[in-house]
Each structure stands twice: as C-alpha cells, then as structure tokens.
Design a protein around this ligand. Structure first.
Ligand SMILES: NC(=O)C1=CN([C@@H]2O[C@H](COP(=O)(O)OP(=O)(O)OC[C@H]3O[C@@H](n4cnc5c(N)ncnc54)[C@H](OP(=O)(O)O)[C@@H]3O)[C@@H](O)[C@H]2O)C=CC1
Ligand SMILES: CC(C)(CO)C(=O)C(=O)O
Length: 308
C-alpha cells in the first residue's frame, strides 16, 4: 500500500514509522531541519516500550515528486491545514483515500471540501508523542492506537487494506462502525483535558483532585456532549460522566498537546478545540459559556510567541 504521511511529527512520524516497519510503501511529506535529518539519518522513535530506528526513509517537501498515493494521512497541526491541503494536491489521484488523524471534529469537513466526500474516511489517533529533536520522535508512555472507518459504517476494501497495513506494523488499530461517534468521544475527552490543563497550567491529576476544577472539567465536557448530541452524534446523555472516569484512570502528571504548545510559546489549536465547541454550539443553538471562556482566555496565546 502506498501511503503518504503529510506532517511527519508526533502523530505522522510515529505511525508512519510503524507502517513503514510493517512493509508499507511510506513517503513522508516534511520540511525544515526535521526533513534534512530524516534524509540524512532516517527516523527514530524513542522513549516508549519499543524504540524504532529506520535508517532510510523516503521523505520530501515536494508532493509532486511522490505522485498519487493509495492513502494520504493528514497529520499537521490544525492551524497548518489550509496550506497543507493546497500543497498535497499532487498526492491525490482518482483512487486516493484521505484520512485525518488530527484532533477536533471540524477536520473532516476541510477534507471533504478540498477533495470530495467520497475520498474521506474518518480517523482518531491516541498517542503521546512530539518531535524531541530533528529526525527523532519521543513517545511518553506506551499508549498507541488508531481508530478509523467509513462514515457510513461499511467495512470497505480500503479500510480493510489500511487495517492490515497497520497490524503488520504493530499498530493497535481498530475499524469502527461509527467513526463519527469515536471522533466526538475523543473530542469530549480532549477538549476537557486541554482546557483545564492549559488554563490552570497544571497536570490533570491536580485538576481532578480539586473539587472546583473537577466540577469545571465535568461541566466543560457536558457542554461538548450537548453540542454533539444536537449535531446528531449518538453520544449517551451522561457521556461526560463516563469520560470523567477515563480521566481518573490516566497518569497524574498527564497534560495535553495544547498545554505543551502553550508552555513552549507555539501556536495553539484552541480555535478548533474549545473554539470548535463554541462554533458548533452557535450553529446548533446550544449554549457553551465555559468553552467560550476558555477560548477567550487562551486567545492572546493562539498565534504563539515562541521563545528562542
Ligand atoms: N502529538 C500527539 O501526541 C497527538 C496529536 N494529535 C493531533 O495530531 C495533529 C498533529 O499533531 P502533532 O503530530 O503533535 O504535530 P507536530 O507539530 O509534532 O507535527 C506536525 C509536523 O508537520 C509539519 N508540517 C506542517 N505543515 C507542513 C507542510 N505543509 N508540509 C510539510 N510538513 C508540514 C510540521 O513542521 P513545522 O514544525 O515546521 O511546523 C511538523 O513537523 C494535531 O491535530 C494534534 O492535535 C492527536 C493525538 C496525539
Ligand atoms: C490526550 C492525547 C495525548 C491523546 O492522544 C492527545 O491527543 C493530545 O494531547 O493532543
């Protein structure tokens, strides 16, 4: 299977390396010092239970050089999506499938608008990774999981082929009959985690053990569930409470990628996370005052102010 990974960072670099290790024909679309290091020294995954070093990988900043792929995985940060979608047109042939493993729930609309709904399957990534230095992806913990599927729930040939490629590479991969719900379930968890860790600047353990911030977290997630249900997603009414149990099970010192971006002065995905809840809330007539407060509080940081 010819797979093009657009954005070879925490998510794309990690899962792309495992796919390549499993025998898939993988091309990474990357840039800058990370691209140079990958061309020179290959790609490394460090920190997790199973370190990986691929001494040679195919990496380019010119999608035209790679040509059409069977499957394109979009793995850039949400603030880079518009530029990436224009740039990757040469990867899209008549039979190409596109899947985004970005966070949030607005991502697939961008793909449908750019390439047509029939090309798009849904996806969710669970992993805690980042580029620690050029050519190297650092993993925290051992969680690694991809969930994907057709939006109409069919187990299609393209989904089955991608699943086989993932399994061959040792990825914990799952085909979902209701990928929209899966995407929203992660959205509920992630917006709560991101919003509380970024606004308090504390790990989730400290957030969940304080009664006031615990209630704040639950109420934030309740707003997301209400918006999802109003958007027609089959989320249980009390899903926020179920999600709080998941939050209780994660490591005390877990934060979120939004927390790390804020801490490092990088641009934030807040417009698509808490901001996405507000946008969809206003479309569906559901009040989202707490998510709005988070989006407003973090707005001055949204474009980053990278420290040297
Ligand atoms: N990291 C994680 O643990 C998880 C992240 N996610 C989600 O996955 C998405 C990706 O996040 P993550 O992997 O952390 O992001 P990273 O910043 O680690 O990786 C993105 C990579 O793509 C590169 N890039 C951006 N635009 C282009 C382009 N046009 N051409 C070539 N390369 C490009 C970036 O380069 P540059 O640095 O120069 O911008 C960077 O190297 C986000 O939506 C995130 O929320 C989901 C689950 C877990
Ligand atoms: C919570 C986590 C690490 C799970 O994959 C994530 O997606 C993020 O912080 O962006």
């Amino acid at each position: 299977m010819r797979i093009a990974i657009v954005g070879a960072g925490g998510v794309g670099g990690f899962f792309g390396a495992l796919l390549a290790r499993g025998g898939a024909d993988v091309t990474f679309v990357a840039r800058g010092a990370h691209l140079e290091a990958m061309r020179r020294d290959g790609l490394r995954i460090e920190g997790g239970a199973h370190p990986v070093h691929l001494p040679e990988v195919r990496a380019t900043d010119d999608p035209a050089e790679a040509g059409p792929a069977d499957l394109v995985m979009l793995c850039v940060k949400l603030w880079g999506v518009e530029a990436a979608l224009e740039q990757i047109r040469p990867l899209i042939g008549p039979d190409t499938t596109v899947v985004s493993f970005q966070n949030g729930v607005l991502k697939d609309d961008y793909l449908r608008d750019a390439f047509g709904a029939e090309r798009v399957i849904g996806g969710v990534a669970y992993v805690a990774t980042r580029i620690s230095r050029p050519g190297v992806i650092a993993q925290t913990g051992s969680l690694q999981r991809l969930v994907f599927g057709e939006f109409d729930g069919r187990v299609s040939a393209r989904v089955t082929a991608f699943h086989q490629a993932c399994v061959a590479g040792g990825i914990n991969a799952e085909v979902s009959p209701d990928i929209r719900r899966q995407i929203w379930q992660k959205f509920v968890f992630l917006t709560g985690l991101s919003a509380t860790t970024a606004t308090t600047r504390l790990p989730i353990g400290a957030v969940r053990e304080n009664p006031q911030t615990r209630a704040f977290l639950l109420d934030l997630m309740r707003e997301v569930v209400a918006v999802g249900r109003a958007s027609g997603v089959a989320l249980a009414e009390d899903y926020a409470r179920e999600c709080l149990k998941l939050v209780d099970d994660v490591a005390y010192d877990m934060t979120s990628s939004l927390f790390h971006d804020l801490d490092a002065g990088r641009p934030l995905e807040v417009r698509w996370l808490s901001g996405g809840v507000v946008e969809l809330g206003s479309r569906t007539g559901v009040g989202t005052p707490l998510n709005r407060a988070v989006a407003d509080i973090l707005a001055p940081h949204a474009d980053g102010h990278a420290r040297g």
